[in-house]
Design a protein around this ligand. Structure first.
Ligand code: PMP
Length: 298
């Protein structure tokens, strides 16, 4: 018998289950990787772990701007590694997410939604701290290329035709998408975002169509992020907020999967795509838990 004890929660990141959505998508072949089963509660644990492995050796203080999950992942890792941690979040972030970051002992700065990245940069300049900068660093998509992508491919035993993925920073879809296409160039990669977000225009030359705002946390951007790699994404579909939240509730009630609004968004996107994807094997990831949005969506 070999001990299975982990040295810390950092080693409990990953190896999340892949589950068939057989009740919501009856007769179709749709599976989801449940990333809310990571110890920090989201897929961002993987990215933060990868980024911190590459941090400068003299780092004692880390800063990030985050809609919540990256902040929680960084706060969790900072607790384990003994780092000081400051996180700037937009004021619109759910109370549960803000408290979750603070619970790990990090300092949370509530900012104007147009200023939370600049606020992080000011903190970095002021304290000489290390900035993770998920919207710009190549380490974001590299984490998913090296870790999440290979893990998903192995769990599916390579049985996959279409990878559908919500897009926020774009790191997840770009990293996993690139890895999957390298294994099988016939795999199609389709992004899902809220209505009027900016990635569809980037990939499909769709005309500009109104101003962007969403209640679905984690997906959609007014301006595309540098972490998004349009060369691996074949198409992007857009979903109304009401449909995202409807599918989020259905995931809980019909599949027993309590996932966040971005998972509802991607499930709604898959539902819209299904008529065109008959007989295809579809996989997605559900980035975080519905437990973080009980007062907001449920
Ligand atoms: N869903 C949630 C809940 C998230 O926090 C994020 C990260 N912003 C995403 C989806 C999108 O992931 P990515 O940033 O890798 O595009």
């Amino acid at each position: 018998m070999q001990s299975q004890v982990k040295a810390s929660v950092m080693e409990a990141i990953g190896e999340t289950p892949v589950v068939r959505l057989g009740r919501l998508f009856r007769g179709a072949n749709v599976v989801a990787k449940l990333e809310y089963m990571n110890p920090g509660g989201s897929i961002k644990d993987r990215m933060v772990r990868h980024m911190l492995r590459q941090r400068p050796a003299d780092t004692t203080h880390v800063v990030e701007s985050s809609s919540g999950n990256t902040g929680a992942a960084l706060a969790m890792a900072s607790a384990v590694l003994g780092l000081r941690c400051d996180v700037t979040v937009p004021r619109t972030t759910s109370t549960e997410k803000v408290r979750r970051i603070a619970a790990y002992g990090a300092e949370v700065h509530l900012c104007d939604p147009d200023d939370y990245h600049a606020a992080a940069e000011r903190l970095v300049d002021e304290h000489g701290a290390h900035y993770l900068d998920q919207y710009c660093t190549p380490l974001n998509r590299e984490a998913h290329y090296r870790d999440t992508g290979p893990e998903l491919w192995r769990q599916l035993a390579g049985e996959l035709d279409v990878f559908v993925c919500g897009v926020g920073s774009g790191g997840t879809i770009s990293g996993i998408g690139r890895y999957l296409k390298e294994q099988n160039p016939r795999v199609r990669v389709i992004g899902v975002e809220p209505l009027h977000s900016s990635y569809r225009k980037l990939v499909t030359d769709a005309p500009a169509d109104g101003s962007f705002s969403t209640v679905v946390e984690g997906v959609g951007k007014r301006q595309p992020s540098q972490s998004f790699d349009p060369s691996v994404v074949d198409d992007v579909v857009q979903v109304k907020d009401a449909d995202a939240l409807d599918w989020c509730r259905r995931l809980a009630r019909e599949e027993g999967i309590l996932a966040g609004g971005s998972s509802g968004c991607v499930a709604a996107g898959i539902a819209a795509l299904l008529p065109k994807l008959q007989g295809q094997r579809i996989a997605t990831v559900f980035p975080d838990s519905g437990a973080f949005y009980l007062s907001k969506y449920f």
